[in-house]
Design a protein around this ligand. Structure first.
Ligand code: SF4
Length: 346
């Protein structure tokens, strides 16, 4: 009779070839550090931080567009707090605020709709970033603004979809830890189908037990020598996902090419408002000119997001670049890899 082994026993006993496991999601990166999971792993299991932090993958040019709206078009920019400190080419939104820009921190897109309703004299733009988990809320905000007849609310979109990143990074990764909250919306059909392209992955939740289980499953399945998919988070993630959220997004948005920090433009990996909702599209409404952002050349966020280097390989890490004085987005966001290394890895 086969003896049962704990996840920890499976992981610590692994002595096969180097296995590169990418925790795609920034929350996974932080939880893996916080729970001390890395310390339990043998050297031949390498955890790579991936591009699943929405603030981190948002390109510099997007911050520049937001600053352009705030300073040149006198728009009130509503945003999640993290984005305020992300450096643009010349300045961050915090810097723009010091120059008189109106920048309002909100906790959801619907808060921005409420703000627009309460301030009819202001044009309000919500910075819509994130993946499949946050995109439905932006669509809901447009729906509400439309229903309420608000003409002073719009979105500056940089929404992204995860599967394109899985393709883009597949050569640097043996197994993906798929983000459970994204798959709760999308379902698993898409990532299951990636197996046919040789891409392996495990969906996981966020507790230490869930992460350890998923890592152990990844190690056991990888040793079988063929591509695989396992849903280790079935209490939340189903094959179908959330049809309501999917319908909402399909009604308001359509795929488009979009730029990812570090990964460049990935075709059809973004979401933008459909033509019929262009009154809520800030780029069209305010006729934003093409803006190409330039990141600080010393910052290695792009390579960190591709798993090509660790945060600690960056010469600015922990010296010039700290959470108080971030040089790149990965040090700003609570989900950023550099921030995780700084908080837990030093
Ligand atoms: S430590 Fe700072 S400068 Fe270096 S890659 Fe990370 S965010 Fe960029």
């Amino acid at each position: 009779m086969a003896t049962k082994r704990t996840a920890k026993e499976i992981l610590t006993a692994y002595n096969g070839p180097k296995l590169r496991i990418m925790e795609v999601c920034g929350t996974h990166t932080h939880e893996i550090f916080r729970q001390g999971v890395r310390k339990l792993l043998p050297e031949n299991i390498e955890l790579i931080s991936g591009p699943g932090c929405p603030v981190c993958v948002t390109p510099v040019g997007f911050i520049d567009e937001a600053i352009y709206l705030a300073l040149e078009k006198n728009v009130t920019v509503c945003t999640f707090g993290d984005l305020v400190r992300v450096p643009g080419t010349q300045s961050s939104l915090a810097g723009a605020r010091a120059q008189g820009a109106k920048v309002q921190v909100v906790y959801s897109p619907l808060d921005a709709v409420t703000y627009a309703k309460e301030h009819p004299e202001q044009q309000v733009v919500f910075l819509s970033v994130g993946f499949e988990t946050t995109t439905p809320a932006s669509c809901l905000a447009v729906e509400q603004a439309k229903e309420q007849g608000l003409e002073n609310f719009s979105l500056l979109t940089a929404n992204k979809t995860m599967p394109s990143a899985y393709h883009a990074l597949k050569d640097s990764v043996d197994v993906y830890l798929y983000p459970g909250h994204v798959n709760a919306i999308t379902g698993t059909a898409l990532v299951e189908s990636l197996v046919e392209e040789g891409i392996s992955g495990v969906v996981t939740g966020f507790t230490a037990k869930e992460l350890m289980t998923a890592l152990a499953v990844a190690v056991v399945k990888a040793q079988e020598g063929k591509p695989f998919f396992v849903n280790c988070y079935p209490r939340v993630v189903t094959h179908e996902g959330s049809p309501e959220a999917q319908k909402l997004v399909t009604r308001f948005m359509e795929p488009c090419d979009t730029e990812w920090r570090g990964l460049g433009v990935i075709p059809q990996s973004g979401m933008r408002l459909r033509e019929e909702f262009s009154a809520f599209d800030a780029r069209k409404k305010f006729d934003i000119p093409p803006i190409t952002g330039r990141a600080n050349p010393a910052c290695r966020c792009g390579e960190v997001l591709q798993g090509k280097c660790k945060s600690t390989d960056c010469p600015l890490f922990g010296t010039v670049c700290t959470p108080l004085h971030p040089v790149g987005a990965c040090m700003v966001s609570n989900e950023g890899a550099c921030s995780a290394y700084y908080q837990y890895g030093m």
